[in-house]
Design a protein around this ligand. Structure first.
Ligand code: IMP
Ligand code: MG
Length: 176
């Protein structure tokens, strides 16, 4: 019912996204040259962004995933973060880049970064397609951000509302 009556307002076009991803990949490739980098995608939201980003990198990388949930089925955070699947790869002494679709309160990214650090990784940095600032509660540093927005609930390019819209190639503001 909600989904049918809601409005999708364009925020980032395919071109904007492609430009941002290319720039990030260039920066990451440079920063991690001659280092062993492991990309850890946060499922499910990061699957689209990670696949584009990984294919734009000019350095060798390994890829794994972590599954976490902080949101129920709406647009407000439950505040509780659960790791339902931890990376299967050995991260000891590895340089890890946590790849998120969006950082909102920062609670998920902060929690996951600490978890990855506890697995013995040498460094943990954070890369997010969207750095959404207004509701930040935990002061996490988004080391690599595709785009910065102040507020609004975004969908598309992996981002969902109640599991919908992940497949949209552009990013939209969902007005409920
Ligand atoms: P945080 O813990 O509040 O930073 O939230 C992180 C997670 O919440 C993201 O990985 C998303 O799954 C979800 N999320 C936060 N903001 C949005 C949004 O605008 N659209 C879709 N999902 C969002
Ligand atoms: Mg989500």
């Amino acid at each position: 019912m909600h989904a049918q009556m809601s409005e999708l307002i364009p925020v980032l076009t395919r071109k904007d996204i492609s430009y941002a991803v290319t720039a990030l990949a260039k920066e990451i490739s440079y920063d991690y040259r001659e280092k062993e980098l492991v990309l850890i995608g946060v499922l499910k939201g990061a699957f689209v962004f990670l696949s584009d980003l990984a294919r734009c990198l000019s350095i060798p990388v390994k890829i794994d995933f972590i599954t976490a949930s902080s949101y129920g089925d709406g647009t407000t955070s439950s505040g509780k973060i659960r790791i339902t699947e931890t990376p299967s790869m050995d991260l000891k002494d590895k340089h890890v880049l946590l790849v998120e679709d969006i950082v909102d309160t920062g609670l998920t990214a902060g929690y996951l970064a600490a978890h990855l650090k506890s697995l013995g990784s040498k460094t943990v940095k954070l890369c997010a397609m969207i750095d959404k600032r207004e509701r930040r509660e935990k002061a996490v540093k988004v080391d690599y951000a595709g785009s910065v927005v102040e507020k609004g609930f975004l969908v598309g390019y992996g981002l969902d509302y109640d599991e919908q819209y992940r497949n949209l190639p552009e990013i939209y503001h969902l007005k409920l």
